[in-house]
Design a protein around this ligand. Sequence first.
Ligand code: F6P
Length: 394
Amino acid sequence: MTIKKIGILTGGGDCPGLNSVLYGAMLKAFDEEIECIGISKGWKGFMENLTTPLNIADHDDLHTVGGTLLYTSRTNPFKELQDINDEEKKEERKKEIAHEMSKHFDELGIDALIAIGGDDTLGVADALYKYTNAKVVGCPKTIDNDLMGTHYTFGFWSAVQLASNAMDNLTTTARSHQRVFIVEIMGRDAGFLTMYSGISSGADIILIPETPFDLEDDVIEVLKRRANSGHKYHIIACSEGAYPSNDSLNRDFQTISKETIEKLPKDPFGNPILPKLNMSKILAKELDLREDLRDVFKENGVDLEVRSVVLGHTMRAGTPNAFDRILGLRFGLAAVKLILNGEFGNMVSLQGNQILTVPFDEGVKKKYISAESDKIELRDLMVEIRYKAREIQQ
Ligand code: F6P
């Protein structure tokens, strides 16, 4: 079948570089004499046939603009499945929903669809393809970089740079007031953003979800040794999904318990909304309650003062950096090529410096920082050697 019209949607949290993907796809589609239409608000717009025109003549340099022209949402057409326990019934209903969804190709008048999103949005695309053979291809997006199918997602490096700059900048006020700053960084249950921006800006403690922390050993003790070795201010990079070990939670925490975390509300895809926990604020309270820490600071001429800063959505804001613009453009171009080659059910992927293809079911799996990662070694060295080197000097 000749492809005459392609629909494109962006789902999940917005991300610098989404418009770059759109522009890359529009360039290739125009050259192939294929019409592009935008589907507004992710899967919500797909189910409700909401469209946005994508006329390339109106959008010179769209790849340099942050956010998404198409609007986005976290709508999950399969949300109701979360309430079905019987696996057989679940599977049956999943099939039905996928078939209901596939009718929208005709209603929207599109021959193929490019879905741009993270594991949630592409998980929906995967089911749509699996059950109906729909002509859908994917493009991995998330500032969190937590998708198995690609070495990097666009948006990640822009967000890392924003967080790294924020922590660089916070050191001047931390130094002036001799304070402890706990900086909360997005990333859900993956620590890539916190690890990369923390190492890049030289944060003094880096807490990520992949390595549950011990409040006593990894925070209080480090702060004491830093204070005793002459450090007067401290920056803690704390992932929004950073989580204490169960032992530490039971033993060291005065303001939260396991239930606090279990009771968190969930988003339409069933993910606990971790920012609602505000681990940076919890940690600030816990440190503030520690008289032993206050005493050690005092002995070193510093009044213990702790502040928390939640970077939140500032990390997704603004224009994409050069890397993300180029990656977005390359992904957009490659997604249209997948359609032209009839390679549906696949997503584009960056492997090394090459743009390759990965089947949805492999690509949408979640990726985390592995225990063997050199970044973990680097983090641990950076944290410890700062105070150990000064201790030897004293
Ligand atoms: O998945 C991307 C992300 O930015 C996460 O890092 C963060 O937890 C979440 O989205 C925030 O979602 P929302 O924009 O819905 O508040």
